[in-house]
Design a protein around this ligand. Structure first.
Ligand code: H2B
Length: 108
């Protein structure tokens, strides 16, 4: 793994988590768990599932996978790095990718 790959697997410090969240409006820190979460709303199930399909391909490519739950047009996401026991740069990257994909999929 290269340098950025290695650093992407290091747990973020509290200061780094704060800085990362400032760049991720809409995301929040979960209580009692070192993880971030966000809820996405789409027009209907088809758009929500389209979003999940695109994210799934990106997640598989990055070998970093979301915890998520879909109810009709809502997708609730939790990101953390189990391998590191907390939040890492990988979660921040996936959160940003999800925001970009959601915007393209017409998220509210
Ligand atoms: N996804 C997430 N969100 N956290 C991980 O720690 C993680 C993952 N680990 N996807 C990966 C896969 C790991 O289990 C494999 C073996 O690389």
């Amino acid at each position: 793994m290269n340098d950025s790959g290695e650093s992407s697997m290091a747990r973020l410090s509290a200061t780094e988590r704060e800085a990362a969240l400032r760049e991720l409006p809409g995301w929040r820190e979960l209580e009692g768990r070192e993880a971030i979460g966000r809820s996405f709303q789409f027009k209907d199930f088809s758009e929500a599932f389209g979003f999940m399909t695109r994210v799934a391909l990106a997640a598989e490519k990055a070998d970093h996978h979301p915890e998520w739950r879909n109810v009709y047009r809502t997708v609730e996401v939790v990101l953390t790095t189990h391998d590191a026991g907390g939040l890492t740069h990988r979660d921040v990257l996936l959160a940003k990718a999800m925001d970009t994909i959601a915007e393209r999929c017409g998220a509210a």
